[in-house]
Design a protein around this ligand. Structure first.
Ligand code: CAA
Length: 282
């Protein structure tokens, strides 16, 4: 594994590119928008500066890592010499299936195709390719350079060999990978999202206010962020879409999204990215 292509240069994509480049891999970062690629390189540089300031890497390490990243606006060019592709595009089923059809066409036959999806079925994604044994989930957590977990998701057909390669590769990135099977929400979001949803119900039912709910969970359970602040950080639209995957996938009313969450997303209050969710960011 030497050449890694990362598809999508938003928050997750630029974090994934950052971590691979920092650990010596050659990275092709692919996005349809040249402006977004520019922005991603500047974000990676700023996030590496934080690591330089605290002595985790040197200025020279930073420059070498940045030099390992090339950018592309076409998928074909960006993946034609990849050993591994990590897709981190917008969380939209039709878009991801379309990207994987193209990856299957343009990436070399032995390449492994991974998705950073937070909730879309790896089995379903794999089924649109002619190499389902080589398709796997590589679910990084935000902020990628900081969080130690990679949730490695085996689709129905993912081979043992490919799983082992991705587990080892994640360890080479100084991450702690955990292998899980492909069922709705995998493990991380199956447990996290009902907690966030319950926090929103607690607010909706008037049991306590926003900062009170977050303070209980931060100081009482030692969570780094309260559930409502974390929901804002993840994006309320993303939380809603993951809850819908859980609700549809299990057919169990316990996953039904709180009406307050639905209302906030419909009103455009999606958290940090829109400047307001449970908190204001402007
Ligand atoms: N790149 C590099 N370093 C970063 C960074 C980034 N993007 N963001 C933060 N850091 C570093 C900071 O430099 C700082 O380093 P030191 O402690 O060594 O100085 C450290 O991380 C902590 O950052 P801050 O001091 O700025 O702020 P903080 O102490 O409040 O921590 C946080 C910020 C790491 C985000 C912390 O609040 C946290 O862990 N929050 C919970 C995050 C979480 O739960 N993520 C998972 C979300 S779910 C998900 O991603 C998956 C999904 O499918 C929805």
């Amino acid at each position: 594994m030497k050449a890694i292509s990362v598809i999508g240069s938003g928050t997750m994509g630029n974090g994934i590119a950052h971590v691979f480049a920092q650990h010596g891999y050659k990275v092709s970062l692919v996005d349809i928008s040249a402006g977004q690629l520019e922005k991603a390189l500047s974000t990676i540089s700023k996030n590496m500066d934080r690591q330089v300031i605290k002595g985790a890497i040197s200025e020279e390490d930073k420059n070498q890592a940045l030099n390992r990243i090339s950018t592309f606006t076409t998928l074909k060019e960006g993946v034609e010499s990849a050993d591994l592709v990590v897709e981190a595009a917008t969380e939209n089923m039709a878009l991801k299936l379309d990207i994987f059809r193209q990856l299957d066409q343009f990436a070399p036959a032995p390449a492994i195709l991974a998705s950073n999806t937070s909730s879309i079925s790896i089995t379903k994604i794999a089924a649109v390719t002619k190499r389902p044994t080589q398709v796997i989930g590589m679910h990084f957590m935000n902020p990628v350079p900081v969080m130690k977990l990679v949730e490695v998701i085996r689709g129905y057909a993912t081979s043992d060999e490919v799983t082992e390669i991705i587990m080892d590769l994640s360890r080479n990135l100084s991450k702690d990978p955990v292998e899980v099977n492909d069922y709705p929400g995998f493990v991380a979001n199956r447990i996290l999202m009902p907690m966030i949803n319950e926090a929103i119900y607690t607010l909706y039912e008037g049991v306590a206010g926003v900062s009170e709910i977050d303070t209980v969970m931060k100081l009482g359970m030692a969570h780094p962020m309260g559930p409502l602040q974390l929901a804002d950080f993840i994006g309320l639209d993303v939380c809603l879409s993951i809850l819908r995957v859980l609700h549809d996938g299990f057919g169990n009313p316990k996953y039904a999204p709180c009406p307050l969450l639905v209302n906030m997303v419909e009103a455009g209050y999606k958290g940090v990215k829109t400047g307001e969710g449970f908190y204001r960011y402007t």
